[in-house]
Design a protein around this ligand. Structure first.
Ligand code: WTA
Length: 664
């Protein structure tokens, strides 16, 4: 279920909504089984968050919990000094938990006989590696406030690189490994990165896909980028540029296992993460230190009801915010033991995840609806062949989960005994905002349920009035500051205010999602209100994809939209006018293949249009504005209504005929 809400689909969903109370016995041993925490938090939100911040280790205590005197600029725990890596690592080692496993890492090729394919990395080892790498970075002159790019596979060294930055006060800027080298280049350029950490290659379904060599073709000319540090993951021995490129092994060689951490201000930036917005240029979301750490440790502990013997598995990629908050910072702050899997879910067979879950005795699994739908398609027998009886809690994130997938997940993965936490949040929010608490909240398939303690959300109509009626859709907003909130957009402070804090005033965070509430006050997130497309939980901007399609030499003009898709949530459809001004003579198949390849190079494979349609012009108003709503109707086979206001109505007929032909 994606796109704008309509009353009919809402009614159908509400009518079908079954309620699942926490399973009997689940609350036993849970720290969060008393519903009174909601009132406690809403009665004194600052006291609530300060309580969580107090569980972290501070070099110096804060003077003020929250300064909200100049909205939307929040300052949390002002005056406090803290270091993220100390809280993730040193604290646990000092408490005698250095031998505890932080990551149970499984290589994609774990069974190929190389011998190093399964590694249990302890907190103690992670601390040593982090210190050595941090010392190496310092030796290169990297320090407080410098931006360091990270473009890496799913390996423990990626965590080391992030924490090493945090240790010395450098700001990491991780780019998801599925993005193209050109995207990496752009993100390094706009953030002024001084160093980039990468690997020789990443394994994909058994073969190494070059990372470093691919970067070489685009990195030249990036003046500010002084160092490229290359981890040897696949032994492919890429070319190394003298003076710029360094091997990871050489950077850490001879470095001491101790490294004095920087005493960061609470509001110093911890990282930048670029994400897609309504325009072609990605937004550099800036998160700071004290508040972010407080938010992710609290939410990780509460939402996953974390216990000492849990084996927690967040199957996202570290390159997305879910990985930052719930593979790296949240779990490490809480001293959790996590599973980390490097590769594809269908390598060598389609039951790889279930084999991994059984092998390590995973107790918590956190993944995206698109993965769940894929597993549904692959067949019930695959999970059924593995012992998943240790699982006690399941999570979902990244897009609305359709009730069928939710029910399948509950039954086939959770054995009808595991609560499901459908967690709504965003790169901008830093951590989970709306979600069940598994020992308290009765869940309904498809609903993220209620804002977490300390979080206040509402649904507003176009005029900014709260919608209180049941089932009426509107704009989701957050009405109180929260510690993990994005502080700004890197180097674009005005865009930050315009995008999020103008629509309903400077104290109300405009989320950009449509949502409604049911009779129990539960929130149902419907989808994006802006030009962001969510493909398999990956956030992309129509404008960004459009710009990529446009830049193909044979394309004169392109319009890109998202349409509902059973498998991927939304799919990308492009409408293209070829450069010679006529679509006669275009070989659609060859051209589509070229356009897809071109987009893969510009942005990454994840942004390739699923379908491309051609016409001599795009449907436009007489004033020349592309009618996107109409394109959406064409692509989904909806009734087109009155098209007489168009400049050239015949264009619509030709496109509609192509869509029909493609569907049949
Ligand atoms: C969508 C991912 C419904 C939503 C953590 C949001 C969801 C965007 C859910 C943020 C959910 C995320 N139910 N929709 N549980 N979780 N979304 O920044 O549209 O990659 O605005 O953060 O994903 O995507 P982002």
């Amino acid at each position: 279920m994606t796109g704008q809400s309509n009353d009919e689909s809402i009614e159908v969903m509400l009518a079908a909504a079954e309620t699942f109370p926490p399973p009997p016995g689940f609350a036993e041993g849970s720290r969060f089984s008393d519903p009174a925490i909601y009132e406690k938090a809403s009665g004194d939100p600052e006291g609530w968050w300060a309580g969580w911040a107090g569980e972290l280790e501070w070099f110096e205590p804060w003077k003020e919990v929250l300064d909200w005197s100049d909205p939307p600029h929040a300052r949390w725990f002002e005056g406090g000094r803290i270091n993220a890596s100390v809280n993730c690592l040193d604290r646990h080692v000092a408490a005698g938990r250095g031998d505890r496993i932080a990551y149970l890492w499984e290589a994609e090729d774990a069974d190929d006989g190389s011998g190093d394919g399964r590694r249990g990395v302890t907190y103690g080892e992670l601390l040593e590696e982090t210190c050595r790498f941090a010392n190496g970075l310092r030796g290169l002159g990297i320090g407080r406030g410098d931006v360091v790019g990270i473009y890496m596979p799913m390996v423990p060294e990626t965590v080391v690189a992030m924490l090493a930055c945090a240790r010395i006060g450098a700001v990491h800027n991780v780019v998801f490994g599925g993005f193209s080298p050109e995207s990496v280049r752009d993100r390094m350029d706009v953030s002024g990165a001084r160093a980039l950490v990468t690997a020789d290659a990443t394994l994909r379904r058994g073969s190494p896909v070059p990372m470093k060599a691919a970067l070489d073709q685009v990195l030249d000319g990036l003046g500010g980028l002084e160092h490229v540090i290359v981890l040897d993951r696949c032994g492919t021995d890429p070319p190394m540029a003298e003076g710029r490129d360094l091997r990871w092994a050489d950077v850490i060689a001879g470095q001491p296992e101790k490294c004095e951490p920087e005493r960061m201000e609470s509001e110093d930036p911890l990282f930048i993460l670029y994400t897609s917005g309504s325009t072609a240029s990605p937004k550099g979301i800036v998160h700071t230190t004290g508040g972010y750490l407080t938010h992710v440790s609290a939410t990780h502990r509460m939402v996953f009801d974390l216990r000492d013997d849990d084996v927690y598995w967040c199957a996202a990629d570290i390159g997305w915010v879910t990985g930052h908050s719930y593979i790296v910072y949240g779990p490490l702050l809480n001293g959790a033991t996590s599973v980390m899997y490097e590769g594809a879910p269908d390598y060598p067979t389609r039951d790889r995840w279930w084999e991994i879950a059984a092998r390590y005795g995973a107790t918590i699994l956190y993944t995206a609806p698109t993965a769940i739908r894929t597993f549904m398609k692959w067949g019930d027998d695959l999970p059924a062949a593995h012992d998943l009886s240790k699982l006690r809690l399941l999570g979902s994130v990244g897009e609305p989960i359709n009730p069928e997938a939710w029910l399948w997940y509950r039954h086939h993965i959770g054995g009808d005994r595991c609560p499901i936490v459908d967690t709504w949040w965003q790169t901008e929010t830093g951590g989970i905002m709306i979600s069940p608490l598994p020992a308290i909240t009765a869940t309904k398939p498809g609903s993220a349920t209620l804002p977490l303690p300390g979080i206040e959300a509402k649904i507003l109509d176009g005029e900014g009035h709260e919608i209180e009626g049941q089932g009426l859709g509107g704009n989701l907003v957050i009405t109180k500051p929260w510690p993990g909130m994005a502080r700004t957009l890197y180097r674009e402070p005005e865009r930050f205010i315009e995008t999020y804090w103008s629509r309903f005033g400077q104290e109300t965070y405009a989320v950009g999602d449509a949502a409604f509430r049911d009779g129990d006050g539960y929130f149902w997130i419907v989808g994006r209100l802006d030009d962001v497309i969510n493909v398999s939980g990956h956030r992309l901007s129509t404008m960004e994809v459009e710009a990529a399609v446009d830049s193909h030499p044979s394309v004169a003009e392109a319009a890109v939209i998202g349409v509902p898709d059973e498998q991927t949530g939304q799919a990308i459809v492009a409408f293209v006018t070829p450069r010679d001004g006529t679509s006669d003579g275009v070989e659609p198949e060859a051209m589509t293949a070229e356009i897809r390849e071109h987009v893969a190079e510009r942005i990454g494979k994840l942004a390739r249009p699923a379908r491309v349609y051609y016409s001599e012009d795009l449907p436009k108003t007489r004033s020349g504005k592309i009618m996107r709503r109409l394109l959406r109707d064409i692509a989904t086979g909806h009734d087109l209504g009155d098209t007489t206001t168009l400049r050239d109505p015949s264009v619509v007929e030709s496109l509609a005929a192509q869509v029909e032909a493609a569907d049949s």
